[in-house]
Design a protein around this ligand. Structure first.
Ligand code: ZN
Length: 165
């Protein structure tokens, strides 16, 4: 069989950006996903469609098909008071380079990376860490199977590498 909509794919991968290894999953720790439901970035799923068990792949994903272009508008200054809890700022948490769990106006969770701290304001970058990056993936398709009706209904994989419930 070949990867198409509703295939459960198990694969190894190495993700590189500018030649630097960012993340990997090997035989003992493979990536498992349900194909065709938007679980992965479009450039990854799209280019792996049609691959068979045992196939090796090496693909490049442009930002527009990956985590999006880097958006300068997603870098914002927030008043220091935003970070006060009962009038005090947690200085261990508030450090350049730390990623803070924040939320948008509608209460959706968003990660903001601290890029600058001034006396009265903090600059946070809400871009995905891989926004604007060309991603290189390589690895091997190690197993393919049809998704069960229940998995299709839930929109995710059950069992090893997926959701246990
Ligand atoms: Zn489920």
């Amino acid at each position: 069989m070949k990867i198409s909509k509703n295939t459960v794919v198990t694969l190894t991968y190495k993700l590189k950006v500018d030649g630097e290894l960012i993340e990997q999953g090997n035989q003992d720790n493979p990536l498992v996903y349900l194909s065709g439901v938007g679980a992965m970035i479009p450039g990854f799923e799209g280019q792996l469609e049609g691959k068979a068990e045992g196939d090796h792949y090496n693909i490049m994903v442009q930002p527009s098909e990956g985590y999006g272009e880097y958006n300068q508008g997603a870098v914002v200054n927030l008043p220091m008071s935003t970070f006060e809890i009962e009038g005090k700022v947690d200085e261990e948490m508030l450090q350049v380079g730390n990623v803070l769990p924040m939320q948008d106006d509608e209460g959706n969770p968003l990660d903001g990376k601290v890029v600058d701290i001034k006396e009265d304001e903090v600059k946070l970058d809400f871009n995905h860490p891989l926004a604007g990056k060309v991603l290189e993936f390589e690895g091997e398709i190690i197993n393919l199977r049809e998704a069960s009706l229940e998995e299709i209904d839930h929109g995710h994989v059950h069992g090893p590498g997926g959701v246990e419930h």
